[in-house]
Design a binder for this molecule. Structure first.
Ligand SMILES: *[C@@H]1O[C@H](CO)[C@@H](O)[C@H](O)[C@H]1NC(C)=O
Ligand SMILES: *[C@@H]1O[C@H](CO)[C@@H](O)[C@H](O)[C@H]1NC(C)=O
Ligand SMILES: *[C@@H]1O[C@H](CO)[C@@H](O)[C@H](O)[C@H]1NC(C)=O
Ligand SMILES: *[C@@H]1O[C@H](CO)[C@@H](O)[C@H](O)[C@H]1NC(C)=O
Ligand SMILES: *[C@@H]1O[C@H](CO)[C@@H](O)[C@H](O)[C@H]1NC(C)=O
Ligand SMILES: *[C@@H]1O[C@H](CO)[C@@H](O)[C@H](O)[C@H]1NC(C)=O
Ligand SMILES: *[C@@H]1O[C@H](CO)[C@@H](O)[C@H](O)[C@H]1NC(C)=O
Ligand SMILES: *[C@@H]1O[C@H](CO)[C@@H](O)[C@H](O)[C@H]1NC(C)=O
Ligand SMILES: [Ca+2]
Length: 509
């Protein structure tokens, strides 16, 4: 029997890590702290919202490279987290939709995830907050306080509890480097699960009767008149009130982030830890979460490296995918991606890239891909998309069916307001109609250089014919490279033998 330490040494030797660490004259240990917001967006000072108070995010940004063109590859919680932790899009890692309850999606058993690879390389791993991925064997963590064995409100929204758990993790680290993943449940909606705490759980722990108390939280309240209504949300009293509640919850997360970073500093890891802040999917408003439009996929992304101060506080325009996070963290730890296949002989390859070079020099990255299949199990609405510079192209594989609405968003004040106004024939003050939201063109192409709000679909404009063809080609190439089972949909059937190819259905699509 080998002791865990011996096993680790063997693993390290196999990966050539022991040599690398010995050969490194500074022998500095390198750690990673990954902080992920749940349904967080651009409600922060660093992203130029001038109303909301997010002093801790803003301070982190002063020690970070700030990305303005970062995108999730999928606008749904479990699929996004699985993609973040594997570097593989949802259609390749198997997490096609939500993990919990009846939805029951899981990644394939043989997927080699980031926590698994880091664990094998002798790096201590921890997760605090919302995990929402499985199976356990694919996503193992040495230290885990998640919804699987705690209350998600406590480990995901109670910032005092989170602070104490981070402290516990940091006190228990040995000489090994660590990867700590703090996954806030804030600022996710609450109306569907715990309406007593408000639409965004903005009252949870505020000290009022029945709300409990979070000792470290000083709630910031906002008046509905104050909020900045994004272009994709209707400007009505109901939506403004919804946004004001969201701001208060973002404020709790911001204060939590401050506490987490203070724990890191206090434990002496401030100068050896790569800190990454992002969110899993767009905000839960129309065109946001569950959509591949800009509001559904654009994410905040701050990367703070103590070793790369030259670009601190700068804003990068490079196009970044959250599929790049796994390659970035592997690069930081010098852990190679293994050679293996999931099905058949095809070797799994990461299509993302390490973002570390961007910390020194502005890169020319211009292309990101996206892929969504479901959210809830009933919400099959496959979409594939590519952004290349200012062009955003979306393929709605099954556009003849109505775009599905999830349970959580359905009961939200903003969506109820849209339904009520539409039913009553009142002005919605919305940029879309329910009809146009439910029924979409199969091909959507938006040119951000002239149309930043994605209001005009130019897919059938002859001036974009060549660009459209090129984008379709790029997208299909990526689908083949990432073994997308939907690659032939909606007008063909994929047959793997003798060589994978699409056979026509003649279904007039
Ligand atoms: C590198 O640091 C580790 C942990 O502090 C220590 O055990 C090891 O001896 C150091 N190696 C060298 C070559 O200094
Ligand atoms: C915020 O606005 C300023 C001034 O327009 C701009 O220079 C900066 O890049 C913006 N920041 C982000 C993150 O977009
Ligand atoms: C949750 O699991 C971790 C081990 O992963 C364990 O240390 C911790 O005590 C558990 N917490 C609860 C509340 O059961
Ligand atoms: C938050 O956690 C702290 C520390 O565990 C606890 O004292 C407090 O009661 C919790 N607050 C709520 C609202 O659950
Ligand atoms: C922090 O790390 C950087 C790069 O490794 C080093 O140059 C700097 O001296 C360190 N600062 C402190 C206060 O240790
Ligand atoms: C779906 O896309 C096709 C092709 O662009 C279009 O003709 C049709 O109107 C779209 N919508 C529906 C509901 O079929
Ligand atoms: C929508 O209408 C229902 C039924 O009349 C009402 O109960 C609800 O408060 C309304 N919600 C909004 C946000 O207008
Ligand atoms: C949506 O709103 C934006 C900003 O107000 C505007 O530029 C755009 O033209 C609007 N789109 C539609 C379809 O009305
Ligand atoms: Ca989410």
């Amino acid at each position: 029997m080998q002791s865990p330490v011996q096993k680790c040494m063997v693993a390290l030797l196999l990966l050539g890590l022991c040599n690398a660490r010995k050969g490194d004259p500074t022998n500095r240990s390198r750690n990673v702290l990954l902080i992920v917001a749940d349904d967080g967006g651009f409600e922060s000072g660093v992203y130029n919202n001038t109303v909301i108070k997010t002093p801790n995010l803003d301070a982190l940004a002063q020690r970070s490279l700030i990305f303005r063109n970062a995108f999730t590859s999928v606008s749904s919680c479990s699929p996004s987290r699985a993609s973040l932790l594997t570097g593989l899009p949802q259609h390749q890692n198997g997490m096609y939709g939500l993990h919990q309850d009846v939805h029951h999606f899981n990644s394939f058993d043989s997927v080699q995830s980031l926590p698994l690879l880091l664990n094998q390389a002798g790096i201590r791993t921890g997760i605090i907050g919302k995990k929402h991925v499985g199976p356990e064997a694919v996503y193992p963590f040495d230290f885990a306080y998640t919804e699987e064995n705690s209350s998600v409100l406590q480990v995901g929204r109670n910032i005092t509890r989170i602070k104490l758990l981070v402290r516990k993790f940091l006190q228990s680290v040995d000489e090994k480097p660590f990867f700590l993943y703090v996954a806030f449940h804030d600022p996710h909606r609450c109306g569907h699960s715990q309406p007593q705490y408000g639409a965004f759980c903005e009252k949870f722990g505020n000290g009022e009767p029945g709300m409990g108390w979070i000792p470290d939280w000083k709630p910031e309240l906002y008046h509905p008149d104050q909020v900045q209504v994004p272009y994709f949300v209707q400007d009505t009293p109901a939506a403004r009130e919804d946004l004001a509640a969201q701001y208060t919850t973002v404020g709790r997360m911001d204060q939590g982030l401050g506490l987490v970073l203070e724990e890191l500093r206090h434990a002496g890891f401030h100068n050896s830890t790569l800190v990454i802040y992002t969110s899993d999917n767009g905000i839960p408003f129309p065109s946001g979460r569950t959509n591949l439009y800009w509001p559904g996929t654009a994410e905040p992304l701050l990367i703070s490296s103590p070793e790369h101060p030259s670009r601190w506080g700068q804003v990068s325009s490079a196009y970044i995918s959250l599929l790049d996070i796994t390659p970035t963290i592997l690069d930081w730890f010098s852990v190679p991606y293994p050679r293996y296949s999931l099905f058949g002989k095809r070797i799994v390859q990461l299509t993302g890239k390490s973002l570390l070079p961007a910390l020194s020099l502005e890169p020319k990255w211009r292309t990101v891909f996206a892929s969504q299949s479901l959210h809830e199990v009933t919400m099959h609405y496959p979409m594939r998309a590519v952004q290349h510079g200012s062009l955003h192209f979306i393929h709605n594989l099954q556009n003849r069916t109505s775009f599905p609405i999830d349970q959580d968003f359905y009961v939200s004040p903003t969506f109820q307001d849209l339904l009520n106004r539409t039913q009553a024939g009142q002005p919605t003050h919305w940029n879309k109609t329910l009809r146009s939201y439910y029924y979409r063109d199969r091909w959507e192409l938006y040119d951000h250089s002239t149309d930043p709000t994605e209001s005009h679909n130019v897919a059938s404009d002859p001036r974009y014919a060549q660009a459209l063809e090129e984008l379709q080609r790029m997208l299909l190439k990526w689908q083949w490279e990432t073994s997308d089972p939907w690659v032939c949909a909606p007008d063909g059937v994929l047959e793997d033998k003798p060589v994978p190819r699409c056979w026509p259905l003649h279904n007039e699509l």
